[in-house]
Design a protein around this ligand. Structure first.
Ligand code: FES
Length: 138
């Protein structure tokens, strides 16, 4: 199995690891099959994601995709962040081996879970955001 240089870089030197105290949105999603867990923290000010951090208990691709996902959503509006799908994250990492695609889905779901939490706390609805699952089965 071959990993791109970018995947290796984000695995070896993950960006934005940690938690945000008093985060505006927190989302945690697990994958029931591999057992990996990802937690995303967002600081949102005036509809802009001013900070994003993550904690991932999981494989190298899970670490790399959460690192890249948090990098990509920083500075974006909530609506723009919804466009950061698992495909966008994978492309930014120059691809993932097919058996590792589910790791990028975990990053997307955890991001959506954090946005969902933000929307619930603010009593608002984010257009196009579906209620995320607590566990992925794939
Ligand atoms: Fe399951 Fe990577 S092996 S998230």
């Amino acid at each position: 199995m071959e990993y791109s240089e970018k995947v290796m870089d984000h695995f070896m030197n993950p960006r934005n690891v940690g938690e945000i105290p008093n985060a505006d949105g927190v989302g945690q999603v697990g994958n029931a099959k591999c057992g990996d867990i990802m937690k995303v923290f967002l600081k949102i000010d005036n509809d802009i994601i001013v900070d994003a951090k993550f904690q991932t208990f999981g494989c190298g691709a899970a670490v790399a995709t959460s690192s890249m996902a948090t990098e990509l959503v920083r500075g974006k509006t909530v609506q723009e962040a919804l466009q950061v799908t698992n495909r966008v994250v994978m492309e930014a990492l120059d691809g993932l081996p097919p058996v590792k695609v589910h790791c990028s889905c975990l990053a997307e779901e955890a991001l959506h879970a954090a946005l969902w939490d933000y929307a619930e706390k603010k009593h608002m609805v984010i257009d196009g955001l579906k209620k995320p699952k607590a566990d992925i089965h794939e």
